[in-house]
Each structure stands twice: as C-alpha cells, then as structure tokens.
Design a protein around this ligand. Structure first.
Ligand SMILES: [Zn+2]
Length: 370
C-alpha cells in the first residue's frame, strides 16, 4: 500500500475506525469502521456531508446489521481489510486529482462511496448519498466555505504558504462554530483557595487518565511546522484551536499577555526555539477582540504591585506601559508585533510571519492590514 498522508480530521476518523474495529474484537479496519469513524469526527467536509444525509453514528449503527449486502472482505494488509485498503487508495486518487497533498475526510468518504458493493457503500446509497449527490454536496460545501472564509487570507499568505491547503479548514472552522456562546460574565470570586483548585485538577486528571487509556502518541516536532503567538486570555483556551482547526501535535503555541512581547521578553526566545529546534517555518501572530491589554490601567497595576510589597526598583516606573505590553488598538498591535519579530534579526526571510485576528466570541478569523 502506498504511503498516505492524511489531514488531522482524516487521521481522527481512522483513529475512531480503529476503536470501532477493536470494539468488535477485530484487528483489521474495514470500510464500515471507516464510515463509523468519519461520522464521529464532529467537523469538516466529510462529516458535514454525512450529517446532511442523516448518516449520524446512531443511524449507521442501527442500519448496518440489517443490510443485505456483501460482508466485508477480511483479507488485507497493514491493519486494513481489502475493502478498507481500496477506500484509502480511492481517496488517495481523488486527492491527487484535486492537487491536494493530503487525504482529507471528504476523500475518505468518496473512497467509501466508490466501493459500491461494500456494505458501507450500500448503506450510503440507501441514504441517498451516491457519487452524483456527493459531488453536488461537495461543491455546495466548498462554496459555503469559500463564502465564509476570511477575506485577504490568500493574499496575506501569498497563496503558496504551507497553510495554503488549510484555507478551507479555517473557513470550515468558522462554519462549525456559528453560535459559540459569548464568554460568561466574570463569576463571583469563589471562596476556594489556590490549593483547592490544584486538588480539583488532580481529581479530574485521575478521571481523564482512566477514560483515555489510549491517547495516540505525538511527536514534539509540530507536524504543520507552525508556531502561534497569541494572548493568554482565558476565553481563547479550548476555543481558538477549534476555530483554526488545529489539533494535538500540529503547532507550538506561545502565549503572553496581549500576545506580544516587550524587550528581553521570552516569547521571542520561544519563537527562536520553535524555528531552530522544532523546524517551524510559519509564525502566526494572533490578536483577539476585546483584549484586556488594550484596556488595562497601567497606573493601577503599578499601584497594586507596590501596595502588595513589590519593591519600587523592580517596577520600571518610567516606562511601565511598554514593560507591561499595553496597547490601544489590537490590529495595530498585531501588525507591530509581526514587524518587531521580523526586525529582531533572529529569523531568516524564508520563515513566513502572518498577522491574524480572532473574534473572542464567535471564533471568526480576519487578517489585519495597514
Ligand atoms: Zn488578550
């Protein structure tokens, strides 16, 4: 079987497929497992197409045992049955025809449909998803994605960036997060002490480890060769990764107050490590709407530091604003930070450095310009 390169969503679909096979006590993944896996990815084109024709995981599980069709062929290689191998080969062919470097979830879905006589293909045909409908759905999905993609992204990345193929993913991400709830208003201060928080985290972790015995291993080298410098704002946590379509193992992340850096500040050092030790070739500086660093009172912070016993000579009172990294306009700040990284002299010209803004409430991305 040729070497296949998968997008992160396709990899997740295959990871779920492996679980499906394991749950049946099988060592090899068949086409039905891949279909069930695709139905669990939760985002992306292949998943969306399945949802549109009612092929939810539950619906598939209900229908599969009752299908009058050829059972999966059990001979195969490398953990895949013969029919699953044909799904991958067909997906690979389709991806190549589209000029894609990676097999995406939509290519896997096409590979299943293309199987025709397999139970998985028969099931999709019963649900109305044949090759013709697939092409039509795919065109619609791509037009939707194109219509909602961030304006200026292609220009900003020169169209040929390593992220070029991910433009659709960025648009997809905005499409699957249309109604992200605004971050909750600040809660009343809890009576818990910092020690209680640690105990809660440790208790949660016991559960997490018990529930996830098979976390797939990941390399410390980011597979997308990408570093993101962004703000430490808590509203971005568990949110921005989904909005950008990034998963474990794909990018390194540097976070700081405001997503920038001041003199001798460590984000610049971290970015240098990312480029020279972790093989990163693209840096994205991502600001966010409503950033607290555009609203803080420098005088108040310096006053509090002093009140709580920080020695005056530790606080650079002459330029506390620059030391804290406060700014007025987040778009300008992002563009200034991109310039400052470039002007630092630490990075060669072949490292791409892009500005980006994320809406803290909706996750929608835009590319700031001067
Ligand atoms: Zn912020």
């Amino acid at each position: 079987m040729p070497e296949h390169r998968f997008t992160s969503r396709a990899r997740r679909a295959l990871m779920f497929a492996r679980r499906e096979a394991a749950s049946e006590g099988r060592e090899q993944i068949n086409a039905e497992h891949i279909l069930l896996g695709l139905s669990q990815v939760g985002e992306g084109t292949g998943y969306t197409l399945l949802q549109r024709c009612g092929a939810t995981t539950e619906a598939l599980r209900r229908r599969l045992p009752h299908l009058d069709a050829a059972p999966s062929i059990t001979s195969g290689a490398e953990g895949f049955t013969g029919d699953a191998r044909r799904v991958l080969e067909s997906a690979h062919r389709e991806g190549r025809m589209e000029g894609c470097q990676f097999i995406g979830s939509e290519h896997l879905l096409l590979g299943i449909i293309d199987g025709r006589t397999t139970r998985a293909a028969r099931l999709l045909a019963d649900l109305g998803l044949d090759l013709m409908r697939y092409r039509q759905y795919l065109d619609d999905a791509r037009q939707d994605a194109h219509a909602t993609s961030a304006p200026g992204w292609a220009q900003a990345t020169g169209g040929a960036s390593p992220l070029g193929q991910e433009r659709e993913t960025l648009a997809d991400a905005a499409a699957v997060l249309p109604e992200a709830p605004p971050a909750a208003p600040r809660p009343e201060p809890a009576a818990a002490s910092p020690g209680d928080v640690l105990e809660e985290i440790l208790a949660h972790n016991e559960q997490f480890v018990a529930q996830h015995p098979e976390v797939p291993p990941a390399s410390h080298l980011p597979t997308r060769r990408l570093a993101i410098l962004t703000c430490m704002d808590c509203r971005l946590t568990d949110f921005w990764e989904q909005a950008l379509g990034l998963h474990r193992g794909e990018a390194v992340v540097v976070r700081s107050a405001g997503g920038g850096f001041a003199d001798n500040d460590s984000p610049l050092r971290s970015l240098a490590v990312a480029v020279y030790a972790l093989d990163v070739d693209t840096i994205i500086v991502m600001g966010h709407t409503g950033c607290g660093m555009s609203q803080i009172s420098v005088g108040e912070i310096v006053g509090k530091m002093s009140d709580r016993g920080v020695s005056r000579d530790r606080i650079p009172s002459s330029d506390a604003r620059a030391w804290l990294g406060a700014f007025t306009d987040v778009a300008d700040h992002v563009l200034d930070t991109v310039d400052a990284i470039r002007d630092s002299g630490l990075f060669p010209d072949d490292v791409a450095i892009h500005p980006l803004l994320i809406d803290s409430d909706t996750g929608r991305l835009s590319v700031p310009t001067r």
